[in-house]
Design a protein around this ligand. Structure first.
Ligand SMILES: Cc1cc2nc3c(=O)[nH]c(=O)nc-3n(C[C@H](O)[C@H](O)[C@H](O)COP(=O)(O)OP(=O)(O)OC[C@H]3O[C@@H](n4cnc5c(N)ncnc54)[C@H](O)[C@@H]3O)c2cc1C
Length: 367
């Protein structure tokens, strides 16, 4: 069979794109270098419920815990943001990948695992169809077709610990440029028996594993982990900017997910934005094949759907990375005085700061 669309990478973004294109009856093939998809679990799985609901994945079978809020720690101060309703699920990433795989396959996409796509194979695919680069943070597709340009990454390290969390409903976030420069560290109750500790640091601050070991020595962190057995740990990276181009209509190449840097720079969350962008890329490809629409539509749809929020996330992340610990604590205490705990508990939005600001101004206008 001659495949019209080749998706490189069977992570969540690639599989969501493949699902939607194959659903329209277009021959679609997905390739992944891994034999066991979604493994090893180098990333965490905290995803907003609202965001998950937009992706059309049967994600419920992958839930390991549900979160209502966060404890934000800055220096000696902390702020507790707790909503009345559940805000996010913690997902088993390998199981989530499996569910996306089954869904894409059920719609007719062919998924080939254990196959590395190199430059020669990309050229061969290019001659016969559309390529979707969904090959992660260091995208070979973006590089090969001159669309990359992502130079900013956060280096991460995370590990799970076999211990019952004190509080299963909230994640602890540690903002301190001395501990996790330019990003943050976290303790997440992955389930009733497992706590995940993780850290991200900007480039030029040494290695993430060393920063992680220092983080574990913090009094609060040592107290929560309480000498528990450590399971496997993994280093990885998160792109901190979008690719120079997300589509090249002439070459018929589109980038989605981490390959396109579709990640919130404040939190490193990429499942909702990458998956949402993959749906837009699929919609564009279907319109291109059926009605001859330009593939450039993808860029416009992406900017319309995510541009403002990504810019707001980038702005917050940029301001934060420039603040020293003392300034950060001052900012947080000032926000607390202004009622930020109550406001964020009621109106906080993990994905869409634009919507949150809108709600803030609407509330002010109504007062
Ligand atoms: C420590 C950490 C914590 C995170 N926490 C969260 C979180 O809590 N919530 C959240 O939403 N996001 C989180 N993220 C981000 C999230 O994991 C990514 O945004 C998301 O996985 C991107 O999905 P993707 O499908 O674009 O890429 P990936 O999941 O990276 O998938 C890319 C696939 O491409 C394959 N591939 C690569 N090169 C080739 C090749 N040459 N040939 C064939 N196949 C290839 C890979 O094997 C891989 O399967 C975290 C990331 C990290 C590192």
């Amino acid at each position: 069979m001659a495949y019209k669309v080749h998706v490189v990478g069977a992570g969540t973004s690639g599989l969501i794109a493949a699902r939607d294109i194959a659903s329209a009856g277009i021959e679609t093939r997905v390739y992944d270098q891994k034999r066991r998809l979604g493994y090893p679990p180098r990333a965490s799985g905290i995803v907003s419920i609202k965001g998950l609901e937009t992706l059309g994945i049967p994600y419920k079978q992958a839930i390991t815990n549900t979160l209502y809020g966060a404890n934000v720690h800055v220096g000696d101060s902390s702020m507790r943001i707790m909503a009345k309703k559940p805000q996010a699920h913690v997902l088993d990433r390998e199981r989530l990948n499996r569910l996306c795989y089954e869904q894409a396959a059920s719609k007719g996409a062919e998924v080939i695992t254990g196959t590395n796509i190199d430059a020669d194979r990309l050229d061969a695919m290019h001659a016969g169809g559309i390529i979707i680069g969904a090959d992660g943070a260091v995208s070979g597709v973006a590089k090969h077709f001159g669309m990359g340009g992502i130079t900013k990454y956060t280096l991460t390290y995370k590990a799970e610990f076999e211990v019952a969390p004190n509080d299963t409903k909230s994640v602890d976030l540690f903002f301190d440029n001395a501990v996790a420069p330019e990003f943050f560290a976290w303790l997440c109750p992955n389930s009733e028996h497992v706590v995940e500790a993780g850290i991200g640091i900007g480039p030029g601050h040494g290695n993430s594993r060393a920063a992680f070991e220092r983080f574990l020595k913090m009094k609060y962190v040592a107290g929560v982990l309480n000498g528990a057995a450590r399971l496997d740990g993994y280093a990885s990276m998160i792109p901190m900017q979008t690719a120079r181009r997300v589509v090249d209509a002439k070459k018929r190449v589109l980038l989605v997910g981490d390959a396109a840097g579709q990640v919130k720079p404040t939190t490193g969350g990429g499942i909702v934005f990458g998956g949402g962008a993959a749906m837009l890329a699929a919609r564009t490809v279907v319109r291109h094949e059926r009605e001859g629409a330009s593939l450039e539509e993808y860029r416009m749809l992406f900017n319309k759907g995510y541009g403002t929020d990504l810019k707001l996330h980038a702005l917050v992340s940029c301001i934060y990375s420039r603040l020293g610990a003392g300034h950060l604590e001052f900012v947080m205490n000032t926000l607390k005085t202004l009622g930020a705990e109550g406001f964020l508990s009621a109106y906080g939005d993990m994905d869409r700061p634009g919507l949150m600001l809108k709600r803030f101004f609407l509330r002010r206008a109504a007062e």
